[in-house]
Design a protein around this ligand. Structure first.
Ligand code: PMP
Length: 409
């Protein structure tokens, strides 16, 4: 086989389909979030980032940076091994204690990313609990899908956020089989939120464990910010809460929080935990400082929701087709991969606004979109500029406005 030719051909296909990914080359500027430098075409330009998953700007908070510096100076750059072989640093222990308490669970376990947490825990449960059937929401994130696949246990896919459909599948499964229901709280592409109470009702009725991915909710929902399960008073009904440190916490890493026995099981049997080196101590210290800050600052969450609601309202008033999401995520529908990419390119080149296009396979063909994530640090003048720029780009490219999209349906 001509391997080089094969690789090039597959990439050429992606380009022809308008699905080839191009990364914006950004340089974050400490203290100026959401402004960043964008290196392109041999130039360096200041842009306002409107698609960051550092949802609350915590990655640049002085408290987080100071904690990182201190731990870096004390412990150096790396952890020195896997958790089992010299890589458990005191900061990991402190952070796990904090995450357990934060999630109102007995224990917590760190992973190098949220992806690894999902992949490892779901595959481990599927592979090691004899006969376990996993029930998975059809829009679950790739990390959950890969984990479930890798575990090779029987799986059932239920319709998105549909507790009745879940019940139909649970009722049809063997009564005595172990079961696990895996779902997310905030779905990151449509910005909708799961009916957690209804899903728990059904799961409990059929004796199933529940696994909730709070990746797009941690830091942002609930009085102390641990997620939607906290907001809705449902944490004790979730068997395993999973999350990331890489979005609203502003750093990197993943975790689960659950009972002592359940966490010990993942720690003892999960290959992605056991065989991978642990996060640097300074990273754990940064996460710890960020979580401690977030727990004490609910006003950040209030401001965040206000910014998102205002942005959604103002775009809608101007006819920009916003999906009516109930969360902080604002999907603006374009419905065509090439137009979506052109809109994103034009926003960057002519208006210094960075919003990444979201195309297939992340979202279905025909639902391509620009996904805006306002933060508490986007001020009114930034928002004015965003709204005017979107209107200008919509006109210049002739993208359908909300009413035209409705009429075409
Ligand atoms: N779950 C969901 C729902 C996600 O959107 C993501 C990341 N995009 C992950 C898990 C993985 O988290 P991380 O980025 O920490 O690997």
């Amino acid at each position: 086989m001509d391997y080089e030719h094969y690789f090039s051909k597959r990439i050429a296909d992606l380009k022809a389909e308008g699905r080839y990914r191009v990364f914006a080359d950004l340089e974050r500027i400490c203290g100026r979030f959401p402004v960043a430098l964008n290196h392109r075409d041999g130039k360096t330009v200041e842009v306002v980032v409107w698609c960051s998953n550092d949802y609350l700007g915590m990655g640049q908070r002085p408290e987080v940076i100071a904690a990182t510096h201190e731990a870096l100076d004390r412990c150096g750059a790396g952890a020195g091994g896997t958790r089992n072989i010299s890589g458990t640093n005191h900061y990991h222990v402190l952070l796990e204690e904090e995450m357990a308490d934060f999630n109102a669970k007995e224990s917590a376990l760190l992973f190098t990313s949220g992806y690894v947490a999902n992949q490892t825990v779901l595959s481990t449960l599927g592979a090691t609990i004899p006969g376990c059937i996993i029930f998975s929401d059809e829009l679950n994130h790739n990390s959950m899908i890969e984990g479930i696949r890798h575990g090779r246990s029987p799986k059932q896919i239920f319709r998105h956020n549909d507790a009745q459909d879940l019940e139909r599948l649970l009722a049809a499964a063997p009564k005595d089989a172990p079961k696990l229901v895996a779902f997310e709280s905030v779905y990151s592409m449509d910005g909708d939120i799961a009916p957690i109470a209804e899903i728990c009702d059904v799961a409990e009725k059929y004796g199933a464990m529940t696994y909730l991915d709070e990746v797009h909710a941690v830091g942002m929902y609930g009085e102390q910010g641990s997620g939607v399960a906290e907001r809705d008073g449902l944490r004790d009904r979730i068997t395993i809460i999973q999350g990331t440190m890489a979005k609203a916490i502003g750093v990197v890493g993943g975790y689960i929080a659950a009972s002592n026995a359940c966490v010990d099981y993942a720690r003892s049997f999960g290959p992605g935990f056991i065989f991978s080196s642990s996060m640097p101590p300074a990273t754990a210290a940064a996460c710890l400082a960020s979580v401690q800050y977030l727990r004490k600052h609910p006003e950040l969450r209030v401001k965040h929701q206000e910014r998102a609601a205002t942005c959604k309202r103002r775009l809608s008033e101007r006819g920009i087709p916003v999906l009516p999401s109930v969360s902080h995520i604002i999907p603006v529908m374009v419905g065509n991969a090439s137009l979506c990419k052109q809109a994103s390119d034009l926003l960057l080149s002519d208006y210094n606004i960075y919003v990444q296009p979201i195309n297939y396979p992340t979202v279905p063909v025909g639902t391509e979109r620009l996904r805006i994530t306002p933060t508490p640090l986007h001020d009114d003048s930034m928002m004015d500029h965003l709204i005017e720029s979107f209107c200008a780009v919509w006109d210049r490219l002739g993208i359908a406005k909300a009413q035209e999209q409705k009429a075409a349906e």
